[in-house]
Design a protein around this ligand. Structure first.
Ligand code: MLT
Length: 395
């Protein structure tokens, strides 16, 4: 009899955001008159920028014209988009060739698919609290995991210590869920650690566009990273592509282990397992990297940052301790009165119809914490902030 991948039996019953959607769906079924203020999943509320929309329209027109039509796209990405992304990195002082940039259909797809590059016996190090897709992808692959807990004592930015074991190191900065961002010095410690062990860092830079202080946007700003890191990035939060799907991955040509070149391996993987991302989406994506596109995404990010300020002001008034919100679109707070995070979730849902994400969903050390996303509309965020103050503010 066929044996399914039995590693699935070790997964939690359902994925965090799916579980929350089921809980909120059940609440609404019981209370159809209520309206929810959704600060849970990090899904954007602003539409795609006009520069992207007009590029998408033009690309649709191209597909209807014999002389401009595109069939299969190159599996690793259209040269025009790979070049635009490499040029964007150059502005930050990171030199990449377009062949080191792989266009993807989004960071979460890619974070799972990249597991193919590593032997199942290579263990993964995951800093927790963590984006649950890292853990689930490792469980599905049957990969051994070492969870490195973080907390207020290290500002959710743990550093490698003597004796730490890891082959594959997941780093996310700005961090989902805590909003913490590694400094150059801290990232250099991780790069040195990975290089000294022959490990590879999977650097999730999905939230880099939210950095406003002098902090690294890319692991490749750190000397030496080109021979021990892969960077995964996404246009989802940067430019509103959560429903449109587009991202990219950087695998330097200098990255090799045991005589195998990881860039060449990924070319081999993509040419077998994908037929590339659609021409239309890649044209839309290229518009993000134009001057106009960059100006427009900055305006949208500014609106989400204003949401963060409203929520931070509310938490200040209530007197709750929180992290993130400045260089990241997430606020990570300590639940009031030592409440556990799912109990706090239920309380906010039932009493003020505000939806957040329980910290426990990001790993055991997330218990007692809670995450708010700043991607809702300003109107909903203002209402949610007001409701929080009324519920939790000192009477
Ligand atoms: C989140 O809320 O953590 C994100 O939306 C997850 C994702 O990007 O898939």
């Amino acid at each position: 009899m066929l044996s399914p991948n039995m590693n699935y039996s070790a997964l939690k019953e359902s994925y965090l955001f799916y579980h929350i959607a089921r809980k909120t769906g059940a609440y609404l079924a019981e209370h159809p008159e209520k309206r929810l203020y959704r600060m849970g999943i990090g899904d954007v509320s602003l539409p795609l920028p006009p520069a992207v929309i007009s590029a998408l329209h033009e690309a649709v027109e191209d597909q209807g014209r014999k002389d401009r039509f595109h069939g299969y796209m190159p599996e690793c990405g259209a040269p025009f988009l790979r070049e635009a992304i490499a040029a964007h990195y150059r502005k930050r002082g990171v030199r990449l060739s377009p062949e080191e940039v792989f266009v993807s259909s989004g960071a979460s797809d890619e974070l799972g698919d990249l597991q193919d590059l590593f032997a199942p016996e290579s263990g993964a190090l995951i800093i927790e609290p963590a984006y649950p897709a890292y853990v689930d992808a490792c469980v599905m692959a049957g990969r051994k995991m070492l969870r490195l807990p973080s907390g207020p004592e290290n500002h959710f930015l743990p550093l490698p210590t003597e004796g730490l074991e890891a082959d594959l190191i997941y780093l996310c900065s700005p961090n989902n869920p805590t909003g913490a961002v590694f400094s150059r010095e801290q990232l250099s410690r991780w790069v040195d650690f990975a290089a000294s062990r022959g490990a590879v860092i999977l650097f999730d830079a999905a939230y880099e566009a939210f950095i406003e202080e002098d902090l690294p946007h890319s692991i490749f700003e750190i000397p030496g990273a080109e021979s021990c890191a892969i960077e995964i990035c996404s246009l989802s939060k940067t430019a509103g592509f959560t429903g449109t799907r587009l991202g990219y991955t950087v695998i330097p040509k200098a990255l090799a282990r045991r005589g195998m070149n990881l860039n060449a391996m990924w070319v081999r993987n993509r040419t077998t397992k994908t037929n590339g991302v659609s021409y239309i989406l890649q044209k839309g994506g290229a518009a993000v990297f134009t001057e106009e596109g960059q100006r427009q995404i900055r305006e949208n990010i500014g609106i989400y940052k204003e949401n963060a300020r409203m929520l931070m002001a509310a938490l200040d008034r209530i007197g709750l301790r929180y992290w993130g919100g400045r260089n990241a679109p997430y606020l990570w707070l300590a639940c009031p009165e030592g409440m556990d995070s799912w109990a706090f979730f239920d309380r906010l849902l039932r009493e003020i119809q505000v939806v957040g994400t329980p910290g426990e969903g990001f790993g055991a050390c997330g218990e007692g914490f809670f995450r708010f996303s700043t991607f809702a509309s300003p109107e909903d965020t203002r209402e949610a902030a007001g409701r929080l103050v009324r519920l939790l503010g000192k009477k």
